[in-house]
Design a protein around this ligand. Structure first.
Ligand SMILES: Nc1ncnc2c1ncn2[C@@H]1O[C@H](COP(=O)(O)OP(=O)(O)O)[C@@H](O)[C@H]1O
Ligand SMILES: [Mg+2]
Length: 218
């Protein structure tokens, strides 16, 4: 794959479910046969690296160690410029798609990586405090001409109540495309599996399909 598409997962705010979204999407894309590379470009929190290291440190019932169905590499500023780093890693791993988890407090890293990105996926919770951070992220996407898709995460009830209000606000006031798939608030499915291979991909399975459809159409 000479130029695999890069999907960046970022919202310029901590705790908006970027890492969970990166990992679950990687599992969902790998489950449908894609060779996926996940780049942990959040050198502050290193959530992807933490998740992956925990999986690799877990023995299975036979005493062998588990592995992941996708590749993971970790970037930090000491690794040099991010774009050539990702290009090299994609080539080395033969990835068909690259997912990049960028930290919530790193606009300069986001700016670098958007130069080559196909798509920016922004996980956003439906509360006021999260919604108010849209302009910071949206302005960088716009400057780089990368389509930004809002992903409503940890919504109490998909399509209803505050999820519906948040969707309306993002679409009508902020003029952002909002993905149809919403990720429910559900610690059992999405939080308690941190560092594990999730037995159930929940709403991330239809999300992967929706994103692939969007990509094929765009
Ligand atoms: N859909 C969800 N429902 C409930 N908790 C979630 C959900 N998705 C993620 N979490 C939890 O929320 C916290 C923050 O998520 P994380 O993916 O680490 O965010 P970020 O990478 O943006 O800082 C983690 O403890 C995670 O397990
Ligand atoms: Mg994170």
């Amino acid at each position: 794959m000479p130029n695999p598409p890069w999907w960046v997962i970022n919202y310029l705010k901590g705790g908006s479910r970027k890492t969970t979204t990166s990992i679950f999407l990687a599992f969902a894309l790998a489950a449908s046969g894609e060779d996926v590379l996940v780049v942990d470009a959040d050198h502050g929190t290193q959530g992807v690296t933490d998740w992956a290291s925990r999986v690799y440190a877990t023995p299975d019932p036979e005493g062998d160690f588990l592995s992941l169905p996708f590749d993971v590499v970790q970037w930090s500023p000491q690794s040099g410029l991010l774009v050539p780093f990702v290009q090299r890693a994609a080539k080395d791993t033969g990835a068909q798609r690259v997912l990049i988890d960028v930290g919530g407090e790193a606009p300069e890293v986001l700016r670098q990586v958007l130069v080559k990105a196909r798509l920016l996926i922004a996980p956003i919770g439906p509360e006021e405090g999260e919604l108010s951070r849209v302009p910071a992220t949206a302005s960088l996407a716009k400057a780089a001409r990368v389509p930004l898709h809002a992903l409503l995460t940890r919504v109490p009830a998909p399509g209803k109540g505050i999820a519906r209000d948040a969707r309306r606000y993002l679409a009508e006031d902020e003029h952002l495309p909002v993905l149809q798939t919403e990720i429910p608030q559900d610690r059992e499915t999405y939080a308690h599996v941190w560092g594990k291979i999730p037995p159930n991909l929940g709403a991330y399975a239809p999300l992967a399909d929706e994103l692939r459809m969007w990509e094929a159409a765009g």
